[in-house]
Design a protein around this ligand. Structure first.
Ligand SMILES: Nc1ncnc2c1ncn2[C@@H]1O[C@H](COP(=O)(O)OP(=O)(O)OP(=O)(O)O)[C@@H](O)[C@H]1O
Length: 336
């Protein structure tokens, strides 16, 4: 087996420039109550993240992909300093992210978020114009007399007509609400846009419009994009780099096209096979059940579902090691 050389791991991002965000061996254990029947039996630790290393460089676009329960939201919360890791470090520009968040407005201005529940994230009592103007005023992005023009400019940039400014979120379609959320996120001139399932639940043509918009914004404005999705099609369209999660671990990273063309981890291969046509519903379910994070299998977490499992897979848990050409994989027997 290869000796793990964690320092030599490639970044899940472009090869140059210092990292903007870094997760260093992050572990997050939640204490969850256990019961038998109606009787409480104390607490056990649930490892939502285990030994996660991820580096996101300025100007890169990185997709985080995984099934429900794999730990994507927890990773995001740790990355944004909303949850303290049990072990390891989350850094932004080389500083602990919790300190950056607590230390003033810079972090809030530089790192913008588009939530999965975009409608729920917007104050229903504010008009679209007020919603987009709010961060302009809050962060003093422009002089007060320029706020109205800047608001119109932002609405135009996300493809919304000027008259939408007078409407309230309840009067908007799902696609329009996402556009407002993106305009609001862009208002602070962020360096990073973090989006959690930002196009899921929309019809295919609205999804395509929003993906085009995000791709254009990322390329034109040089914004770093960190995009959480369970959709490989979205990941491949939008992001140059991909990180695939399984049960609290990143199991494969690298350039999206290379990883999806020839997945090295059997889990990545299973995901790819389950979605033979991107942007269409999964046609073939993944084999087996995802194990409970409270009862992890010995050895590799994927061993119980893996078509290529061998004896050593059930004995020791593989760590992420370099796999050539900017890729890394956590597998004793990579499939490519
Ligand atoms: N606050 C919490 N307390 C206890 N367990 C939690 C908590 N938040 C998440 N978990 C557990 O941690 C694991 C990872 O959850 P997480 O929400 O990060 O996954 P996810 O990949 O984002 O899933 P989804 O795509 O469904 O949002 C799951 O087993 C989940 O039940």
């Amino acid at each position: 087996m290869l000796e793990p050389d964690m320092n030599a791991l490639p970044d899940a991002a472009s090869p140059s420039g210092p990292p903007l965000f870094e997760l260093l061996d992050v572990e997050k254990i939640y204490q969850v109550g256990v019961r038998s029947g109606l009787v409480a039996r104390g607490h056990v630790g649930l490892a939502a993240l285990d030994g996660v290393r991820l580096s996101i460089r300025r100007g890169s676009s990185v997709a985080l992909v995984g099934e429900s329960g794999s730990g994507k939201s927890t990773l995001l919360r740790v990355l944004l300093g909303l949850t303290e890791p049990t072990q390891g470090l989350a850094l932004y520009r080389g500083q602990p992210v919790a300190r950056m968040r607590a230390g003033g407005q810079d972090f809030a201005r530089e790192v913008a978020m588009v939530y999965q529940d975009a409608r729920g994230s917007l104050n229903p009592r504010m008009s679209v114009g007020e919603l987009v103007a709010e961060p302009l005023r809050h962060f003093a992005i422009c002089p007060p007399e320029e706020v109205a023009a800047r608001t119109q400019d932002l609405l135009a940039r996300v493809g919304l007509a000027a008259d939408v400014a007078a409407r309230y979120p309840s009067a908007l379609s799902g696609g329009q609400v996402r556009r407002v959320a993106i305009a609001r996120a862009l208002a602070s001139n962020p360096s990073v846009l973090v989006a959690d399932e930002a196009v899921s639940g929309l019809d295919v043509s609205t999804q395509a419009q929003l993906l085009n918009l995000l791709r254009k914004l990322q390329r034109d404005m040089g914004i770093t994009l960190f995009f959480i999705t369970h959709d490989l099609g979205v990941a491949s369209y939008l992001c140059e780099e991909i990180a695939i999660m399984y049960l609290g671990r990143i199991v494969e990273t690298g350039p999206t096209n290379a990883v999806l063309a020839a997945p090295a981890h059997p889990y990545s291969l299973a995901l790819r096979r389950a979605a033979p046509k991107f942007f269409e519903p999964i046609t073939e379910p993944l084999p087996g059940e995802i194990p409970s994070p409270l009862d992890l299998p010995k050895g590799c977490r994927f061993s119980g579902r893996c078509a290529f499992v061998q004896d050593d897979c059930r004995a020791s848990d593989p760590v992420l090691v370099p796999h050539g050409q900017g890729r890394a994989v956590a597998c004793h027997h990579p499939v490519s």
